[in-house]
Design a protein around this ligand. Structure first.
Ligand SMILES: *Cc1c(COP(=O)(O)O)cnc(C)c1O
Length: 399
């Protein structure tokens, strides 16, 4: 390539894995969460490229479903969002970087103010205009936000009087575990705060928080993960519709005798004669290498990755390579386990939560890692019910 050649735009070839994103399921999930929020409005958290699904496609679909308020992590994400949703309310969770108020104001973004310093800077930068913002009070995470006692003291001192329309929020530490004692402590702390900040809008629940039995009432729910099909109630049936389906191409199939090993480092040994299939998907695609299937994991009873070939769960044989993964397809239908066939990595009942668990991580990391090499196919527009879209997403197989 000569120095003047522009790099070719990414165009997936015949060996590319296909990532199908069902925008109607996304919209339906948002409407379900909105309905579950009763009197509260429902926002959508679309940070990290809408949890890997593609911000430019997810946001218009969510807007079509009725969503008006969005949360991103970073200012750059807010600017991207502005191109596809001119009038939406957009909050930036990272808040205000030193000297950063100007770029937020220019893009009509609302900071989630995380400290007294950020409040002072924002009020000063707004020059008496009182622009909208959120105030994040930390009730147990010790990550971002003002400590509750400091927020109450500042409130009494009138430190927030220069803010415009303001949203009081906190973030839950263990919402996915209803038995965690910290849930009640955070709920109690937030109830007290809401009383002290009477007249402010309030926002409490993330995906799982909306399903806690004794969550305090609030004005704005803030789900992310559940919108994209993640289970907000781990251990119980997933009330959400699957949004993401990932299918990889089988490049080669071979039969190996007992005792043969597979993959780098020979970490997997055939327990008998096995049929192996190599697929064109690896850790460079964002699928965690830790999902590999090794003899050590088998001995220890530790779960490892699986894919569906012809509807049958096929375990990973050996560690993932950068671009390739080996499956044990011995039990798959012979007509499915062939060169040019497909292995379903996510979907058809293989949920992102399980994929995360089998990789020693969580579904969130699986979603946000979805790689740039995939052929991305979007189905629906957020308004449809999606029933019978033909995407195959979660239809059947799930049981
Ligand atoms: C990411 C995030 C959310 C969304 O959480 P989910 O568990 O994905 O629903 C809500 N609030 C804050 C502050 C967050 O950082």
């Amino acid at each position: 390539m000569s120095p003047n050649d522009e790099p070719a735009e990414h165009e997936p070839g015949a060996d590319a894995a296909t990532l199908t994103i069902d925008l109607d399921a996304l919209g339906a999930n948002w409407r379900r969460l909105r309905d579950a929020s009763r009197d509260a409005a429902c926002a959508a958290v679309v940070k990290a490229n809408a949890y890997g699904t593609g911000l430019e496609r997810a946001v218009p679909a969510l807007a079509k479903a009725g969503c008006r308020t969005f949360f991103v992590a970073q200012v750059s994400e807010g600017r991207r969002l502005r191109h596809v949703a001119r009038d939406a309310e957009v909050y930036v969770l990272d808040g205000l970087a030193p000297g950063g108020a100007g770029e937020l104001i220019a893009a009509n973004l609302r900071p989630v103010l995380n400290s007294a310093e950020e409040v002072r800077e924002w009020v000063a930068a707004c020059g008496g205009a009182g622009l909208p913002a959120a105030l994040h009070v930390d009730t147990g995470m010790n990550r971002l936000g003002l400590p509750a006692d400091e927020a109450l003291r500042l409130k009494a001192e009138g430190a927030f009087d220069g803010l415009g329309e303001a949203l009081l929020m906190t973030h839950l530490v263990s919402a996915e575990d209803p038995a965690a004692p910290i849930n009640a402590r955070q709920a109690d702390a937030f109830r007290a705060l809401a009383q002290a900040f009477a007249g402010w809008r309030t926002s409490f629940a993330n995906s799982s928080g909306g399903f806690l039995p004794d969550a305090p009432p609030c004005d704005l729910a803030r789900p992310g993960y559940s919108l994209y099909g993640g289970n907000p109630t781990p251990g119980r049936e997933n009330p959400m519709r699957p949004v993401v389906r990932l299918e990889a191409v089988i490049l080669q199939v071979r039969d190996v005798p007992a005792g043969a090993t597979a993959g780098y480092g020979s970490h997997w040994t055939a327990p008998g004669p096995r049929r192996l299939a190599t697929i064109a998907l690896g850790y460079a695609d964002g699928y965690p290498r830790a999902a590999g299937g090794t003899d050590a994991k088998t001995r220890a009873g530790v779960p490892a990755g699986v894919a569906l070939v012809g509807g049958v769960r096929c375990p990973f044989s050996g560690v993932l390579s950068m671009d390739l993964t080996i499956l044990d397809v011995t039990d798959a239908p012979a007509e499915a386990a062939v060169r040019g066939g497909r292995a379903v990595m996510i979907g058809d009942g293989l949920e992102i939560d399980e994929v995360g668990m089998r990789a020693g991580t969580i579904g969130y990391e699986i979603l946000t890692g979805l790689g740039p090499r995939y052929r991305r196919v979007y189905v629906g527009d957020g308004a449809g019910t999606g029933a019978g879209t033909g995407s195959g997403t979660g239809a059947g197989g799930g049981g």
